[in-house]
Design a protein around this ligand. Structure first.
Ligand code: SF4
Ligand code: SF4
Length: 144
């Protein structure tokens, strides 16, 4: 499944943009997380891999900013296997294997729309990966 993070502004937040795209492209889209208020916000959506370009472009054509969500990375040198991140992760994307090493499941992770584990780790062993600059370039191109 493909995931994209869409950012809507104050004007777009009241528009049924996602619903229109679901209907137009007959795409089975799942909203994984949403942080929105009347000023705008971010929505993480998931849909079949083979529709990624088509759906991302559909959002961009409607003026919505689209990025690939940042994932997290665990520094196993710093981690002391306390289990805090495992207990707090809302989607069970982290576990500890039989060697006491943290294992991270990127398919499940909600990325930087969540970041609960990043903030909670007492060893500062978890960080968000860098933003994909190509996404910004693509957004710019679509607007011109
Ligand atoms: S960022 Fe959120 S979803 Fe991803 S591993 Fe951390 S707590 Fe779990
Ligand atoms: S919260 Fe930090 S130190 Fe604790 S298990 Fe997770 S990564 Fe390791």
């Amino acid at each position: 499944m493909a995931r994209i993070l869409i950012r809507v502004n104050e004007e777009q937040v009241a528009e049924p943009i996602a619903a229109q795209i679901i209907i137009e492209y007959k795409v089975p889209m799942v909203i994984l997380s949403a942080h929105i208020n009347n000023k705008g916000g971010e929505i993480l959506v998931e849909f079949p891999d083979d529709m990624e370009t088509k759906i991302a472009d559909a959002f961009r054509r409607r003026g919505v900013t689209v990025t690939i969500p940042k994932l997290i990375q665990v520094n196993t040198e710093k981690c002391f296997s306390c289990g805090t991140c495992i207990a707090l992760c809302p989607v069970e994307a982290i576990n500890i294997d039989k060697n006491d090493t943290v294992q991270f499941n990127k398919e499940k992770c909600l990325g930087n729309t969540c970041s609960i584990c990043v903030d909670a780790c007492p060893a500062r062993a978890i960080k968000s990966l860098k933003t994909n600059n190509n996404d910004r370039d693509q957004n710019r191109k679509k607007k011109t």
